[in-house]
Each structure stands twice: as C-alpha cells, then as structure tokens.
Design a protein around this ligand. Structure first.
Ligand code: GAR
Length: 197
C-alpha cells in the first residue's frame, strides 16, 4: 500500500478525488496526511475523511530555506512513500526537492511544457490557443519542468473564461492523478528511473 502526503494551497478538489479513490479497498494508495502553506479551505476534505492536516506558512520563517526545512520536517513525520503537490502554489526550494525526490509529483492545468507556472489556465487563454491540457509530472528543481508522467489535451472553447476552462480541466487532472498514483503503486511508473532519464 502506497502512503501519500498531499500538499495543497486552495480548495483541494483534486485532493478530494484522491481521498474518494482511497475509499475503494482495491485502490493501492492511501492519503495519510494533508499539508498546506496556509490554513487551506481544502483541509475540510481531509477532516471529512478523518485525515490529519498540518500548515507551514512561509510568513512564519525568516527565509524560504527555513520554511522548506520546516515543511520537510512535517512531511517526514509521516514517512510517506509519495508526496503529491495538488494545487500547492508555492515553489519548493531545491533542498526540499532534493529531500523528497524522486517520490514527489505535481499536477498542472496545462499541457506541459506549454504554460508552466502559477497561471497555466490564464496563460493558455491569453495565448489564444485552441487546445490546452492537463499534466502530471515528476517535480524537479525547475518550474513545472520535470519528466511528464501523463497528460491529455483539452479543447479551449470560444466563450471560455479562466474559470470555465479550469473547471473543465480539473476532472481530467483528477483522472490523470489517480491513474498516475495507481501506476506508481503497481510499478508501471518507476519514478527513480524517470528522474535519471
Ligand atoms: C489544480 O488545477 C492544479 O493543477 C493547480 O491548482 C489547481 C488546484 O485545484 N495547480 C497549479 O496551477 C500549480 N502550478 P484544487 O485545489 O481544487 O485541487
């Protein structure tokens, strides 16, 4: 059974999908704790499933490195097999990526390497593309630049707003994330190998 710590910053709808998937006895992964860089709204999903939460706010630390060390310390308490960034909107300092990798994955609302960063949906709309997408990647020290585990294209509709497009992307992200966790758990995806290719 693969144990997961999930990190969020916002509403946590993708976290909820993972929690729901874990309800199935056949699903080979379990969320054991949920962390955030703030008192995130998405904690309510963890609480609804009886999963412990922790918040490590950047503003409580003198610099990003000290914040990152505190975050790693909180994560390591749980000794997870895999850490999932699911709408975690802070860039992790390199030492955090080094400490947790390669067992560290991220979901992103665009077809990487297109539109990396904090505004993947907005940037795709602004670029006027007819298709964007969703991706699940292994986290490296760049911005959404790690090896791609899975991704899928999603059309941009003529009257799309950032919010309508994001709401169409999220269900695809959830499917990709759950499948990626499944593939990691059953050995179809080997993160160690991917990290060295
Ligand atoms: C998701 O679309 C996730 O890919 C995105 O934030 C959303 C979180 O939604 N993350 C990024 O943009 C990271 N660059 P949720 O809180 O409802 O799961």
């Amino acid at each position: 059974m693969l144990s997961l710590v999930v990190l969020i910053s916002g509403g946590g709808s993708n976290l909820r999908a993972l929690l729901e998937a874990s309800q199935d006895a056949e699903f080979p992964a379990r969320v054991i704790a949920v962390g955030a860089d703030r008192d995130a709204d998405g904690f309510e999903h963890a609480e609804a499933f009886g999963i412990p939460t922790f918040a490590v706010a950047l503003s409580n630390y003198p610099d990003r490195e000290a914040w990152g060390d505190a975050l790693v310390e909180q994560i390591q308490v749980w000794q997870p097999d895999l850490v999932v960034l699911s709408g975690f909107m802070k860039l992790l300092p390199p030492r955090v990526v080094d400490a947790l990798g390669p067992n560290l994955i991220n979901t992103h609302p665009a077809y990487l390497p297109e539109f990396p960063g904090a505004h993947g949906v907005r940037d795709a709309l602004a670029a006027g593309v007819s298709e964007t997408g969703a991706s699940v990647i292994l986290v490296d020290n760049g911005v959404d630049s790690g090896p791609i585990l899975s991704q899928r294209r999603i059309p941009v509709l003529p009257d799309d707003t950032e919010s309508s497009l994001h709401e169409r992307i999220k269900p695809v992200e959830r499917e990709l994330l759950i499948q990626a966790v499944l593939d990691i758990a059953n050995g179809h995806i080997n993160l160690k190998e991917l990290a060295t290719t």
